[in-house]
Design a protein around this ligand. Structure first.
Ligand SMILES: NC(=O)c1ccc[n+]([C@@H]2O[C@H](COP(=O)([O-])OP(=O)(O)OC[C@H]3O[C@@H](n4cnc5c(N)ncnc54)[C@H](O)[C@@H]3O)[C@@H](O)[C@H]2O)c1
Length: 284
């Protein structure tokens, strides 16, 4: 992989994260493809990106010309055959086997120099990379939600990730106006491991029935956090948040401190996943 050779970025998965990452990539000047087999997800992502850019124009953060140029750099596809790029950022469902299957397809469609990055929140990158052809090109690029706003990106390496890949990925992140923190593959990396307690402890308090979600959020916001834990879980998606908790719980040998909350399990079983379904801990 030559440095500065990344021109085209493919984002897989047009959900909460993929949409924001694609917007960020296109704004940074990369030719960007957003791929999702679900056409409805692509339509929603296109609407969300257009609306975000329109808001930036009205706040005079970008010009109308920049909005038009950003949209012109974006393509939306629901066919896997279109998935060819210099860098892939995968942001699909948080399941190792599904990510492995997609990486195998992407490796077959792309040359050996295409970097394959995953936005996984907590899964083992090493496991995802294990069977990929040329596994030195696999790394984690863990963006935070909303991806078009948050500045931090965890750049995760496996035992095989090459220095050149890390350098190219760092350059891409910097060109997006963000900061890359390089970290070793480990359960939850850094932020999600620490942040688990920001979700799980309030869930334990809520389960006692003495304080409701809104009050707990209010307390934490008054304590200086920008967003309370329940609003944040609804923004993240309760399915994703539970998957991350379960993944850390398993990876650390089921310690009490990472035990998933029955309240989370209930939300997911009912399909009340947060903002993306219109209902979670709160109604939208
Ligand atoms: N939600 C967050 O706050 C957050 C933050 C950081 C990282 N992540 C990670 O990003 C990834 C995506 O999370 P999300 O919240 O955007 O999920 P989401 O549920 O909002 O969207 C997932 C999208 O992936 C698509 N998809 C499913 N299988 C696919 C496949 N095989 N190929 C292509 N597309 C497929 C779905 O149609 C859906 O549109 C997960 O790995 C998650 O852990 C999420």
């Amino acid at each position: 992989m030559q440095q500065n050779s990344i021109q085209r970025i493919l984002v897989c998965g047009a959900g909460t994260m993929g949409s924001g990452i694609a917007e960020t990539a296109a704004r940074a000047g990369f030719e960007t493809i957003l791929y999702d087999p679900a056409a409805a997800a692509l339509t929603r992502a296109k609407e969300a990106i257009t609306s975000n850019l329109t808001q930036l124009v009205s706040k005079e953060k970008i010009t109308v010309e920049e909005k038009t140029a950003t949209l012109a750099r974006l393509q939306f596809h629901n066919q896997i055959e279109a998935c060819k790029a210099d860098l892939v950022i995968e942001a699909i469902v948080e399941k190792t086997d599904v990510k492995q299957a997609l990486f195998a397809q992407l490796a077959a469609l792309n040359g050996p120099h295409t970097i394959l990055a995953s936005n996984t929140s907590s899964l083992s990158l090493t496991e995802i990379a294990a069977d990929v052809d040329h596994k030195e090109r696999v790394c984690g690029l863990h963006f935070f939600n909303p991806a078009q706003v948050m500045k931090l990106v965890e750049l995760v390496y496996t035992p095989w990730t090459s220095e050149t890949v890390l350098q190219s990925a760092t350059e891409v992140v910097e060109r997006m106006g963000k900061t890359a923190v390089v970290c070793k593959d480990a359960p939850g990396f850094i932020v999600n491991r620490v942040a688990r307690h920001f979700y799980l402890e309030p869930l334990r308090i809520a389960a006692l029935g003495t304080m409701d979600y809104a009050l707990l959020d209010q307390v934490m916001e008054n304590a200086g956090f920008r967003m309370g834990p329940f609003k944040l879980m609804d923004l993240i998606g309760n399915d994703i948040n539970l998957a991350v908790t379960k993944s850390l719980y398993e990876a650390f040998g089921k310690p009490e401190r990472f035990r998933p909350s029955p309240l989370q399990e209930e939300k997911v079983a009912k399909g009340t996943l947060g903002r993306k379904t219109g209902e979670g801990y709160f109604t939208y």
